[in-house]
Design a protein. Structure first.
Length: 506
């Protein structure tokens, strides 16, 4: 027996022994990799009807949409490989052949129709329903062709479809909606393995994925609410990606060996949304007073170190279609704020609270505390209520996030996706303005770009005048990454696309 033969047999033995650490080093197989991501919070359910990007981030590990959105926000063919408008109200989608669900059953137009019909049903409470609400009907032309008819010209249909994970009709009919939530299944890059609420989501690679098998065998998304703990986990090698690094911890990551920072400009407008159903926030003078009481520039300079941009008295960031460039930030003026509170009958001040999550947005808790301190200067006492993602999801479902809650609304480059949250049907913001509602329908019912822009800019004027929220900042997303990581780019929408990501040996 030659030395070469002995070496080969030894290598085979080591690769077969999962108990030996050296085996993994000798095998050096990408299929043996585990990619662990530290996330700020996990939703409290795997139900696709939940509308948050935290929920979509989980759904898109196991499912795919008809239209894919990349990390920069651009649209690409997904389960639909092509599409064309047949007339102003009819779209035909050619679906991708050869795609299979995780159980081996083929994907077809029946699955797409099943999903869209479920979402658009009158009794549906699907969170992203508003993004495709103009769909009137769907029709299966043949197994790989779907037609969608809309109630009116629908300029954002493709954008809306990029937020709809397609579900397997046969599986949901077999296990029921509860079964689908318990063990999700789709055509996506990873297969469901284990779900531990408020702790972790574990998945395994779909080796027959239509876009190519993932580079790692296992994917674990761990909930690590505390930012400093997330950073520590990255530096220790326990995680290879972490989300939402606070500004004050960026230097620690940059100065640590084997890890780094990856950031991307997002289209999220960070707001403190006011519950206008309840006094004193039903009074526009109070709402404007609170905007005037916040020194936003000071917070931007000191807490965000200049990262991000002041919102211009509207929810849209400047890189969004529909942004109104004529509007200006609501300036810091505590004297005027006090005067408005007196006019509103609140001269003696009042007590309230600010609900926020820790690490959901850049420096969110610090910003909330700073705002609360500035409120004190005008006689408003605000406690800061820090909750986990799962708790916040329950609050949102109950439509009670507290009198003031911090939330970032993503536009994904088009005002429709952000503006929808301040419509009555969204159920997520409780201010109502009839003109705003009418303009929203006008803007999403025409393909005339100039008309859409005019409508959105007027909507932002109304928002500026009615101040249903305290307009804070357009924020970047800052991720921490291991130096071993390959094939990862930070997403502008917080939805991780990981099937090409691998953890390389060093």
């Amino acid at each position: 027996m030659t030395m070469r033969t002995i070496a080969m047999q030894l290598r085979q033995f080591l690769c077969a022994s999962a108990t030996l650490v050296a085996a993994g080093m000798l095998c050096n197989s990408a299929s043996a990799q585990t990619l662990t991501v530290g996330v700020q919070g996990l939703p409290d359910t795997l139900d696709t009807s939940v509308s948050s990007f935290a929920a979509l981030n989980l759904a898109y590990q196991t499912m795919d949409p008809l239209i894919l959105r990349d990390d920069a926000g651009e649209l690409h063919p997904g389960l639909a490989e092509s599409w064309q408008p047949l007339d102003p109200l009819t779209w035909r989608f050619k679906l991708r052949a050869g795609v299979k669900f995780h159980d081996g059953q083929p994907f077809s137009a029946e699955d797409a129709k099943f999903t869209l019909d479920y979402i658009t049903a009158p009794t549906s409470v699907y969170g992203s329903k508003g993004r495709i609400s103009q769909i009137a009907s769907t029709r299966v032309v043949d197994p790989l062709t779907l037609e969608i008819k809309t109630k009116a010209p629908f300029p954002t249909l493709l954008n809306g479809l990029s937020d709809i994970p397609i579900e397997p009709k046969h599986y949901v009919e077999k296990v029921g909606r509860a079964g689908m939530v318990k063990a999700p299944m789709g055509t996506g890059p990873f297969k469901f393995a284990r779900w531990v609420p408020a702790d972790r989501y574990e998945l395994t690679a779909n080796t027959t994925y239509w876009r190519g098998a993932p580079k790692v065998e296992r994917l674990v998304l761990r909930q690590i609410p505390e930012a400093s703990t997330r950073v520590a986990s990255l530096i220790a090698g326990e995680t290879q990606i972490i989300e939402e690094i606070p500004i004050d911890l960026v230097p620690q990551v940059e100065q640590s060996k084997g890890v780094g920072v990856a950031s991307v400009e997002s289209t999220v407008g960070l707001l403190l949304t006011l519950d206008t159903r309840k006094p004193p926030f039903d009074n526009v003078k109070v709402r404007r007073a609170l905007n005037l009481a916040v020194n936003k520039q000071l917070i931007l300079d000191r807490m965000l170190r200049g990262q991000g941009k002041l919102l211009q008295g509207q929810m849209l960031t400047s890189n969004t279609f529909g942004f109104n460039p004529k509007l200006k930030p609501i300036a810091y003026d505590p004297k005027q704020a006090k005067a408005l509170l007196v006019e509103a009958g609140q001269g003696s001040g009042f007590a309230t609270s600010i609900t926020t999550r820790s690490g959901k947005y850049l420096s969110d808790v610090d910003i909330a505390n700073a705002v609360a301190g500035m409120f004190l200067e005008v006689g408003v006492k605000a406690g800061v209520n820090v909750v986990e993602q799962g708790v916040f999801s329950k609050m949102a479902t109950a439509k009670d996030m507290g009198p003031i809650h911090m939330v970032g609304w993503y536009s994904l480059g088009d005002a429709d996706f952000a503006a929808v949250w301040f419509t009555e049907k969204s159920g997520r913001a409780f201010w109502k303005n009839d003109e705003y509602e009418k303009l929203f329908l006008v803007a999403r019912s025409t393909v005339d770009r100039a008309e859409r822009e005019k409508a959105y800019q007027r909507m932002m004027e109304i928002m500026h005048d009615e101040v249903p929220a305290i307009f804070l900042y357009g924020l970047p997303s800052i991720y921490g990454v291991s130096g071993k990581l390959k094939g990862f780019s930070p997403p502008s929408d917080k939805v991780l696309r990981l099937h090409k990501t691998e953890v390389a040996a060093r």
